[in-house]
Design a protein around this ligand. Structure first.
Ligand code: C5P
Length: 367
């Protein structure tokens, strides 16, 4: 269990000094973390020794003034001294008025801190403590907590480049209509995040999806299966791992009408032609990256999925029931490889993504 140190913020209520335990610290305590709340340096060397057992320091909220101190290495109180004398990672969660955040000096300090290796979490946009609206709102304690957990993932893909596809594709019939599917992109984006957390350089080729790009991930937005194929095939050579998570359209209209089709009383027939199988094309290359596929089947999942793995020549395929996977926040999958079928318990997509990254890294090391 990681050890966390909470340094309360001290303020004055009238004459009385009040120490407020930050919300994120309270959240960590509720979740069962061992938290030492430290309001003073303790012994003479406390400003150094207090952080020695800590896995991370998180300053939340971090004011414009504190960020400025930190950027210049000032060490004139307990918190700034802890930060300067630390040996663990440092996170700051800026929280301030929107103009203070936009101020050139603050932005200069933030750039300096980022290049010094300090992780900047947020800020968010929304209502601020001063009642104005804009950028400068501290991220919610849950989001800060998630970032902390993310940073602690083992770096099993360090130095590796991972290319993924995610989300649905959209095959245009005319300027306003098209064929798509109910893929949300959640699994692909969760895998992109997990791979980045594991130290990989990650690029995701994303079909239409409103999901936010995970931190540190390069995103290339495309619309159609053909565009996804172009985006993948022009880049894949530089990657050690390719993961096809996207629900790529299997068929696309033979003709895309330039003008909107007019409604009539007659039946309308669309002729569809097959799209290129991106994953099979990549796996068939002379020197393919480690290729991972997904198979969503409505019945006989393992049998159909294993046939697919063999046909596409994949070292690893993740099989699931289409009814369980598409659009949901959780998923239950079975890993299929040359050694057989390995079922995993049901879990949320980010936890699953982290587990899959571990499985991929283990197989990559053996390949
Ligand atoms: O054959 P099926 O579409 O069920 O295969 C699913 C797997 O193949 C997924 O990993 C998907 O991303 C990939 N795929 C692809 N290009 C296609 C169709 C599927 O890369 N045109």
């Amino acid at each position: 269990m990681p050890q966390v140190i909470g340094v309360p913020r001290e303020s004055f209520a009238g004459e009385k000094r009040v120490a407020t335990v930050p919300e994120v610290v309270e959240k960590l305590i509720k979740l069962g973390f061992k938290v030492a709340v430290q309001s003073g340096a303790g012994d003479a060397m406390g400003h150094i020794s207090v952080s020695r057992g800590a896995d991370a320091i998180i300053v939340a909220p971090a004011s414009a003034d504190f960020l400025a101190k930190l950027a210049h290495g000032n060490a004139d109180d307990l918190l700034s001294t802890l930060c300067v004398a630390r040996e663990c990672p440092l996170f700051v969660a800026p929280a301030m008025n929107r103009q203070m955040w936009a101020n050139a000096a603050t932005q200069r300090n933030i750039a300096q801190l980022a290049s010094d290796g300090v992780a900047i979490l947020g800020p968010d946009t929304g209502e601020l403590a001063c009642k104005e609206n804009g950028e400068g709102r501290m991220l919610e304690p849950e989001q800060l907590f998630d970032s902390l957990i993310a940073s602690r993932q083992p770096k099993v893909l360090s130095g590796k480049r991972v290319l993924l596809t995610a989300g649905p594709t959209f095959e245009a019939i005319d300027p306003v209509r098209g064929i798509t599917n109910s893929s949300s992109g959640k699994m692909g984006f969760a895998l992109a995040q997990a791979a980045a957390e594991a130290g990989a350089e990650v690029t995701v080729i994303a079909g239409p999806s409103a999901l936010a790009t995970p931190a540190g991930v390069t995103r290339i937005d495309i619309t159609s299966a053909a565009q996804m194929a172009d985006a993948v095939l022009s880049r894949v050579d530089r990657h050690e791992v390719f993961i096809g998570v996207a629900a790529v359209a299997d068929y696309t209209p033979e003709v895309t009408h330039e003008q909107k089709l007019k409604k009539s009383k007659d039946a309308l027939t669309l002729t569809l032609k097959p799209t290129l199988d991106i994953l099979a094309t990549v796996a068939a290359r002379a020197n393919p990256p480690f290729c991972v596929g997904f198979a969503a089947e409505s019945h006989d999942v393992e049998r159909f999925a294993e046939e697919k793995r063999k046909r596409k020549k994949l070292p690893l395929l993740i099989a699931n029931r289409a009814q369980d996977a598409l659009g949901n926040d959780a998923n239950e999958v079975t890993l299929l490889d040359d050694a057989g079928a390995h079922p995993l318990p049901r879990m949320d997509k980010l936890a699953l993504a982290r587990r899959l990254v571990t499985e991929i890294a283990r197989r990559l090391a053996r390949a």
